[in-house]
Design a protein around this ligand. Sequence first.
Ligand code: NAD
Length: 530
Amino acid sequence: TAAHKTTSDPNAFETTHHRKNPKPIDATNFIDNEFVSSSAESWFAIHDPATNDLVSRAPQTTDAELKAAVESAQKAFPAWKATSLLARQQIMFKFVNLVRQHWDRLAASITLEQGKTFADAKGDVLRGLQVAETACGITTQLTGDVLDVAKDMETRTYREPLGVVAGICPFNFPVMIPLWCLPPAVVTGNCIILKPSERDPGACMIIAELAREAGFPPGVVNIVHGGAPTVDFIIDEPAIKAIAFVGSNKAGEYIYRRGAEQGKRVQANLGAKNHAAVLPDANKNHAINAIVGAAFGAAGQRCMALSTIVTVGDAKNWLPEIAAKAKDLKVNGGFEEGTDVGPVISPQARERIEELIASAEQEGAKILLDGRGYRPDGYPSGNFQLTKPPQVAPTIISDVTPKMRCYREEIFGPVLVCLHVQTLDEAIKLINENEYGNGAAIFTRSGAAGNHFQKNIEAGQVGLNVPIPVPIPAFSFTGNKKSVAGGGMLTFYGKPGLQFFTQTKTVTSYWQNADSSLAERAAVQMPTQS
Ligand code: NAD
């Protein structure tokens, strides 16, 4: 494949480049620290969701190319494992600095391919950067335990890398989620094969460039593209020991099950339906702003989007004000100044979202605010080759009941679903009966109510007057119920994230002192006293 090797185009995936010259760029695989063009026969077309311009293409990488990535990682592993922790840490420091320096460029790539607003894309980068920054503190995070267990005998634990590991990422956080995987995996001594979403591969191309510049040796970081066939290759490849997956339940449950069958570790963060209980004693202004921001930010395409509220008692009267605030949000292309809500990822996503809104209407709910068929001012229709852009304006559905499809299914769009109950306990029961359990929030001024909610709610991440309680990487991302596969035993980042990427080795040693007496005969029975 030497003939296919290219250096990365410094303008690649830069927004300005695309604006001046909308020639689409083909994403290359990143194997052995080289950008390698794929000889793929099928390609995924990536359109700027705001304009429908074709901006890039991602290859369905061939099996031979995927094998080359695995071989590169396998070859790199022994030396990388033997590289001192301090040396690995130094490379992480450089990587973190480079991500900071290229922050705007990464964010621009996100807005271009994924559609979220530029300001929000910068937050996407930050939340990934924080995981990389935390990985720099690895020298105090990977220490084992040691105990004198008997005379001259001690037991100690080590955490060793697994070998070649993989990360499979969703479209909605093109930087944050690759950086949930890469830093903890490589700083602990593994080599990673990272597969970005085929819907927005550009940010990972920049990450590849920065990883090489930071000094990761060839093979430690490999990036491959593709859809389900790439995922199947990763599952079936015996050299890959662990898979970190973030995405939908459909794909994640399949990967978890098939990965486990192949004896792999799999961590899988899945879909969500995050609720807030809104009590009438809450600070109304704070609650309304928090709900509107968390429901419609990123056009609702966050796994921790606050997509459902349960108003308790008189809090129901706040719905018109929530609708007024939501109506005020500016819907436009993500690069346009002052945009609050960008487009959704694709025309198919728009159709699915609008169909779910229609189903709510048919099932007897009320459409309090209807954002279907929205066409932003900033983009005259001539800019769109589509009959309708993939833009959905904020939509609020009230009088929803738990049986309705709009409540049962993850909408993953700028749609807030509203249910109503009379008491806090009814709200808790309703939320607990939902099969997802990523996050839940409560808005109240009552410490007792907040405490009661926190103790009794079945969600992995709970916010008390905090709409999107995603913990910083000193903690872990702890989804629950159907929002994580296999009960979410080892969650992403934080201590469990490091445990996921390492194997515990427990060593018991006996170094006999000169003055100790030697055993006179072989001990054949298990000790009955210590
Ligand atoms: P997706 O499942 O469609 O895609 C995720 C990855 O899986 C992609 O890399 C894709 O190539 C691969 N994939 C898709 N279908 C596959 C199949 N049939 N077989 C094998 N691989 C397949 O998810 P998405 O639409 O990109 O992301 C949105 C979803 O991700 C939402 O459900 C959202 O809640 C979830 N998400 C969860 C978290 C979390 O931490 N819980 C974070 C972000 C996103």
